[in-house]
Design a protein around this ligand. Structure first.
Ligand code: MG
Length: 373
């Protein structure tokens, strides 16, 4: 039996790279993609970019780097069980947030506002731009020259007007077709990872309480189970044990339901996947629970006043940096000057999107504080 299911992506049915390269030795094409992602500058910067909490708020909260590693871990276990291409799933998972701005969604919204008159800013599109163009490390090409399937997986969403100018990876948004199962899986694994680690970080930061979360069905049934088995458990272990069981339940449910969908659709090829409905999915009951949790987090954590205070500051930093650089592109480091001559707004957006939280704060101080140089 082949390592891969017939509906999985494998190096034999891949659409390959934009620039042809000799086949890799001792590793697969998708392992090579993963390796290029890990060695990229944008990947290293994820360590200092916010997921929910700004990097300096605490050393134990998730950053975009640890988030991406958790996504890869979850996605790989499910991929193995479904006989999908684990290397591809890993590559997509590790790259999916490369285009994120500093300060999480606040930064992204602010940059989008600034870029409204210049084509807008989407972090998914930016992740693709990073791997297609902005990483400049290889002698023969700009970007990482990744396989089509890895790029397709990175571009989770995309507005139609952008899809029209993207060529091969934009096609599916126009034709309303699905990406590979590997891409679908990385996308859902992202959701599993952040819902659960945000519960964990929310509790440890004190912004969320156990009492509040006991009103959320999926949390309530797992914490109850832990307390029944371990009535004297200490609070820290209780949180971790509950979260770990929630992840377990979601992973099992997603694996089972997706396997059932794959079977029911009688999938034989990757093309069958592209013309089917989304197949990597939770069962209806678990999906409802997930949505409830998501909504809870959005109201109680993402809009918590302490988070909002930082969000507000972040918005101002991004906005003021953008205005200053657009006004005077020469304020950016010299390597951006040539690109700024061609399209100054996009170059400023690329520069700001590439910043880590602390770099953006430092840059802000350097530009606007009179006592700093
Ligand atoms: Mg993510």
């Amino acid at each position: 039996m082949s390592e891969f299911a017939p509906y999985a992506i494998n190096p034999g049915n891949s659409r390959g790279r934009a620039r042809r390269e000799p086949a890799p030795v001792g590793r697969s094409e998708f392992q090579r993609d993963r390796d290029r992602i890990i060695h990229s500058t944008a990947f290293r910067r994820l360590e200092y970019k916010t997921q929910v909490f700004v990097n300096h708020e605490g050393d134990l909260f998730r950053t975009r780097l640890t988030h991406s590693l958790e996504v890869a871990q979850i996605a790989r276990s499910i991929a193995r069980n479904l006989r999908l291409n684990e290397d591809l799933v890993e590559a997509i998972s590790l790259a999916h947030d490369l285009g994120h701005t500093p300060f999480g969604h606040a930064g992204q919204d602010a940059l989008h506002q600034c870029m409204k008159a210049h084509g807008g800013f989407e972090h998914n599109l930016q992740s693709l731009r990073v791997v297609d163009l902005l990483e400049q490390r290889y002698a023969a090409f700009d970007g990482l020259n990744l396989c089509f399937e890895t790029r397709e997986g990175i571009l989770k969403h995309c507005a139609l007007k952008n899809a029209r100018v993207l060529g091969d990876v934009g096609e599916r948004f126009i034709k309303r077709r699905r990406p590979s199962l590997e891409a679908q899986l990385a996308n859902v694994a992202d959701e599993i990872a952040y819902n659960n680690h945000d519960v964990d970080d929310g509790l440890r930061s004190g912004l969320l309480t156990l009492e509040q979360l006991e009103g959320v069905a999926i949390f309530a049934r797992h914490i109850k189970e832990v307390l029944q088995e371990h009535p004297k458990i200490d609070p820290r272990r209780l949180i971790h044990e509950t979260v770990r069981r929630m992840i377990g339940t979601l992973v099992m449910d997603l694996t089972r339901e997706s396997a059932r969908n794959i079977e029911a659709n009688n999938l034989r090829t990757v093309d069958d996947v592209r013309s089917a409905l989304p197949l990597i999915a939770f069962s209806p009951a678990v999906r409802r629970e997930q949505q409830e949790l998501k909504k809870f987090l959005s109201v109680n954590l993402y809009r918590h006043h302490q988070v909002a205070r930082m969000t507000n500051k972040a918005r101002r930093i991004v906005h003021d940096l953008f205005e200053a650089f657009l006004d005077e592109p020469q304020l950016m480091p010299p390597q951006y000057h040539a690109a700024a001559t061609a399209d100054s707004a996009r170059t400023v957006a690329d520069y700001i999107a590439g910043m880590t939280d602390r770099y953006a704060i430092r840059e802000y101080r350097r530009l606007f504080a009179v006592d700093e140089i």
